[in-house]
Design a binder for this molecule. Structure first.
Ligand code: COA
Length: 313
């Protein structure tokens, strides 16, 4: 038996914050942001919590199916509603599910790949038939809106996939890793540290950029090797949506042509753990991939963490 992504869903708040809006908040310009990042606008929660967005994305992914069939809920988030209960427990309650094991995963922007890996492993080892894997973030709450070097980058949203036991294999392979020695280049302190509240995203963008490109390329190459696939076997590359220059550099080094690279960060910015599942859902809805397509997902984030996964839809 194998495991397959059988359906997807996503949710972003209605409120759009454009680069022009940001020009009124910090000393920046649409031209600077577009040229350096590719981002034109992002969505900002107007009261929707992370678990609200995660639940909306999940309901879309469930497509009217009974939520009680779900035996496992894993939410990747760096912006949970609460320290506890976990966002996954809140989603379980909002879905009125009474049976799932539910917990959160913390791996920053790589969170969705880590969550997929965890759910896939648990399903295989414990014989679980159906799981919900979600990436959901409300980064607008943890960026310093006075810091132009970070507040321009992030947005809010959620994406979800339903994983199901299947006859065909849909999860072809993973490559995951971490290097905590880079922790101080990109982080958000919390109550266990000695840093003072409020806790905001701290980032040394230029250094993060270089490690991100190198790490994503290396990880993607390793997962292709493990799955005995070559870049030409990939129908669509879905990279974490942080910066279009990072995406272009990764695609070029992997030898994947631009027409096979999914980009939506111009509309959503970096939604951290939500970026890949939102992108996968959009790619399916736009018909860029369909049942049988081979998709390479690759992410990078604070930690540093990285991860790649090849799926056959
Ligand atoms: N608007 C206008 N100017 C800005 C600015 C903004 N929003 N943010 C920074 N600047 C200025 C800097 O102050 C600096 O000015 P100086 O030359 O007078 O000192 C100049 O622009 C260049 O800054 P730098 O940080 O070198 O720019 P960059 O080309 O590295 O681009 C990022 C900055 C953040 C866009 C880029 O480094 C990046 O995307 N890094 C990766 C970040 C990321 O993806 N993090 C999440 C990973 S999951």
């Amino acid at each position: 038996m194998g495991i397959k992504i059988v359906s997807t869903g996503s949710y972003v708040p209605d409120r759009v914050l454009t680069n022009f809006d940001l020009e009124k908040i910090v000393d920046t310009s649409d031209e600077w942001i577009t040229t350096r990042t590719g981002i034109r606008e992002r969505r900002i929660s107007e009261g929707e919590t992370t678990s609200d967005m995660a639940t909306e994305a999940s309901l879309k992914a469930l497509k009217g199916k009974n939520p009680d069939e779900i035996e496992l809920i894993v939410v990747a988030t760096a912006t949970p509603d609460a320290f506890f209960p976990s966002t996954a427990c809140k989603v379980q309650s909002k879905l009125e599910n009474r049976k799932a094991v539910a917990f959160d995963i913390s791996a920053a922007c790589t969170g969705f790949i880590y969550a997929l890996y965890t759910a896939d492993s648990i399903m295989r080892s414990k014989g679980i038939k159906k799981a919900l894997v979600i990436g959901a973030e409300r980064f607008s709450k943890i960026v310093n809106w006075k810091d132009r070097t970070t507040c321009i980058l992030f947005g809010d949203g959620a994406g979800a996939v339903v994983l199901k036991e299947s006859e065909e294999e849909g999860i072809l392979g993973f490559d995951l890793g971490a290097d905590g020695s880079f922790g101080n280049l990109l982080y958000v302190p919390s109550v266990g540290s000695n840093e003072e509240y409020p806790f905001y995203v701290r980032m040394r963008g230029n250094e993060v950029f270089k490690v991100a490109v190198r790490t994503m390329v290396e990880s993607a190459k390793r997962v292709l090797e493990k799955t005995s696939l070559s870049p030409k076997d990939i129908d669509l590359l879905i990279p974490h949506q942080a910066n279009v220059r990072i995406i272009n550099a990764v695609a070029e080094r992997l030898g994947i042509e631009a027409s096979k690279v999914f980009v939506n960060l111009d509309r959503y910015g970096n939604t951290s753990a939500a970026s890949i599942p939102i992108a996968l859902d959009e790619a399916l809805r736009k018909g860029l991939v369909r049942e049988g397509s081979t998709v390479l997902m690759v992410a990078f984030g604070g930690g540093f963490t990285w991860g790649s996964c090849v799926v056959r839809l």
